[in-house]
Ligand binder design. Sequence first.
Ligand SMILES: NC(=O)c1ccc[n+]([C@@H]2O[C@H](COP(=O)([O-])OP(=O)(O)OC[C@H]3O[C@@H](n4cnc5c(N)ncnc54)[C@H](O)[C@@H]3O)[C@@H](O)[C@H]2O)c1
Length: 274
Amino acid sequence: MSETPYQRILLTGGTGNLGSSLRPHLTSLCEKLRVADRVDPGPARAGEEVRTVSLEDREGMLALLEGVDAVVHFGGVMKEDWELLLTGNVIGLQHLYEAARIHGVRRVVQASSNHATGFYPAGQVISPSDPPRPDCLYGATKVWGEALARLYYDRYGIESACLRIGSAFPEPRGRRMLPTWLSYGDLARLVRSCLLAPKVGYSVIYGVSDNRDVWWDNSVAANLGYQPEDSSEPFRAAIEAAHPPLAADDPDALYQGGRFVAVMDDSRSDRDCN
Ligand SMILES: NC(=O)c1ccc[n+]([C@@H]2O[C@H](COP(=O)([O-])OP(=O)(O)OC[C@H]3O[C@@H](n4cnc5c(N)ncnc54)[C@H](O)[C@@H]3O)[C@@H](O)[C@H]2O)c1
């Protein structure tokens, strides 16, 4: 593929943490980057156009996808709040795929999550072909997103790469994130690989840096050309000094999803699922 293989890429969640970090990396891959969020993404930068729309607004989503040939979907809800998850992650994602079908989108790269498989034991190496084991409602909505991707590929041929992102932050926070950390640089490399690969079909991929401890067989990502350049290892000494060893019965020690195996739906909660 050429360096600008797409006419127009839509980035959803363009105001969010990960969408903001991806924004400058996508303009070189398309003639025009359409940056969208329900929160105003601010002024358009060079090579961009901006839109403010909510995923649950079906007509708005239909208009948003017009003229788009690839989607990088990073909009959505990470709180364990069923009403928000239902509108943003369940209904909203169906709007996205249906609008993609109507407008002939070729490829979707969507943010799934490690919480789609968070009930697997910490330390066990699993692969995308193992069955989902979501650890919370949020994780279950990510399984829904992967199922929609499968449906729209099998029925309509729209390719999707579903990225089960580990913990994407500027630096790992705490011991559980040593094996799950994904640097912003590696996230950009991963999304770029998924957009540039000649074919992704329906792919489920773990979004993780080149960390010392491995929980996820990520050969699918390697086959698509993803080569992580960062590792949590340089942060290990500081994290181990700041955080005492985990108790044997701590969910962070027992489960890949850590404490989110026990997080409850509580609309008053401001807790995010990372
Ligand atoms: N940050 C991580 O470590 C991590 C880990 C696993 C998965 N993910 C996934 O990556 C994606 C982005 O994560 P983030 O850390 O940038 O989160 P974030 O909360 O910073 O960004 C999400 C964005 O989505 C927008 N949004 C929420 N509901 C919406 C709706 N109904 N309609 C339109 N826009 C809506 C928000 O305004 C926000 O800008 C999410 O799908 C999340 O589940 C992130």
